[in-house]
Design a protein around this ligand. Structure first.
Ligand code: LRH
Ligand code: MN
Ligand code: MN
Length: 424
């Protein structure tokens, strides 16, 4: 389903005068609002193909209805999000959850909606029906070379599919690790994993990147073979210039200082991209910014500062992706909320008075440093984010328009009430 242009226009007309008042106020408050608007317009966030259906938990799943049953319908849903917010121009696929058997058709649908293919994800954390070897005791780390070879071949196949679609990166997340002390020789596991990654790296096209995603826990609960940013960085450094670390916000031990990690990875030129989400306990995969919006802002503060220092392009030089899963919300509404939260944090970080902060830091004026950051965080930049959307032909309030146009009802009418999206 697609929205008609007149639906967006009449929605915007209704909200316009209120929006104008709010915008007038914020543009007097923020010095560099023109620059922020331009950066917000350019900024695009990749939507994970696995977030478009209700995720469920291991205790159950409650179908929402109207969920996409194949990649074509997933692209249709992301196209709708992009129509609403003009900031969701990419999809991140997960193989084999997504089947790319009909590449020309998939590409045609993607270009019809103005979508690109962000990083491809491989899956060696589940056994597939016809595969000869099992990943029960790991994949790239496995003690048995035949298992490692199978996992390597899968990753190379994912690269091949990505090349056909026009993607430029592979994200590898491994469930590899151990559940009990003594189960694994850590060094052997590391070395096996490195050798396996080297074979995958050798298959990367010249203009591709590989992202090594780390996670401290789950499904293994004693050790994880790519357990933190240090281990991921070790692999990335040993692999070479096309290898980078990917930060998933939910993959750290409690209270980790993620913004400091981001700052140092940027300094080393080894930050590849993000999986945005939020969490209270573990890898909760909740809506970005729903629990710790200040942390999200602090992360963006480091990103803006570090990328500007290195002369990086805010939009193109990192892979910005969401990784979320929804149990009680309409996933499309949730994704609209996540994108909005990310854009807000980005705009706030862009509004930080950088020169004043540098000076306050040099003078060890701790109070002033805090005031500068919190002033930016506490300024309501939502009218700027809305204005960027308006200029791009999207909706002033995407969520309101989504509900007004009864999108879910229409999707249920088209796809049925008992639907299961492929994925988690
Ligand atoms: C692992 C993870 C990884 C997977 C996705 C489904 O927790 O974050 O990125 O590919 O979830
Ligand atoms: Mn992830
Ligand atoms: Mn995760």
């Amino acid at each position: 389903m697609k929205l008609e242009q007149h639906q967006i226009t009449s929605h915007n007309e209704r909200l316009f005068s209120r929006h104008q008042q709010q915008l007038a106020y914020v543009t007097t408050e923020i010095q560099n609002s023109a620059l922020i608007l331009q950066k917000l317009t350019d900024f695009q966030i990749g939507i994970p193909s696995w977030a478009l259906g209700t995720g469920g938990t291991r205790f159950g799943r409650f179908s929402l209805g109207g969920e996409p049953g194949n990649i074509e319908e997933k692209l249709e849903d992301i196209g709708l999000l992009h129509q609403l917010n003009a900031s969701s121009a990419a999809v991140s696929l997960h193989i084999p959850w997504d089947s790319t058997s009909n590449v020309p058709a998939i590409k045609a649908i993607a270009s019809q909606y103005g979508l690109n293919f962000d990083a491809m994800n491989s899956n060696t954390f589940q056994d597939q029906p016809d595969q000869p070897q099992s990943y029960k005791f790991g994949s790239l780390q496995h003690v048995d070379k035949a298992v490692r070879q199978q996992a390597i071949a899968h990753n190379i196949e994912v690269i091949r599919q990505g090349v056909e679609l026009g993607s430029k990166a592979l994200t590898i997340w491994l469930a590899d690790g151990s559940c009990f002390p003594g189960q694994l020789n850590f060094r052997k596991a590391f070395q096996n994993t490195l050798e396996s990654l080297q074979e995958i790296y050798a298959a990367l096209p010249a203009d591709w990147k590989v992202f090594v995603e780390y996670k401290a826990f789950e499904p293994n609960f004693y050790s994880t073979t790519v357990g933190d940013w240090g281990q991921s960085l070790l692999y990335a450094n040993k692999l070479g210039p096309k290898a980078f670390t990917l930060v998933d916000l939910g993959h750290h031990l409690p209270n980790a200082n993620i913004e400091q990690i981001v700052s140092l990875l940027l300094m080393e030129g080894k930050l590849g991209g993000f999986h945005f989400n939020d969490s209270k306990y573990g890898d909760d995969d909740l809506t970005a910014g729903c629990m710790k919006p200040y942390q999200l802002f602090l992360i963006f503060n480091e990103l803006v500062e570090g990328m500007d220092q290195r002369g990086m392009n805010h939009t193109k030089d990192l892979a910005w992706m969401i990784d979320a899963s929804h149990n009680v919300k309409d996933p499309l509404e949730d994704l609209l909320q996540s994108v909005e939260a990310i854009m807000i944090a980005y705009a706030q970080a862009l509004s930080v008075d950088r020169a004043a902060l540098v000076q306050a830091q040099a003078e060890n004026d701790v109070v002033r440093c805090q005031e500068i950051l919190q002033h930016a965080f506490r300024t309501d930049v939502r009218p700027l984010v809305a204005e960027a959307r308006l200029r791009a032909g999207a909706a002033l309030s995407p969520l309101t328009l989504y509900r007004e146009s009864q999108v879910r009802k229409e999707l249920i009418r088209n796809r049925g009430n008992k639907t299961i999206a492929t994925g988690l």
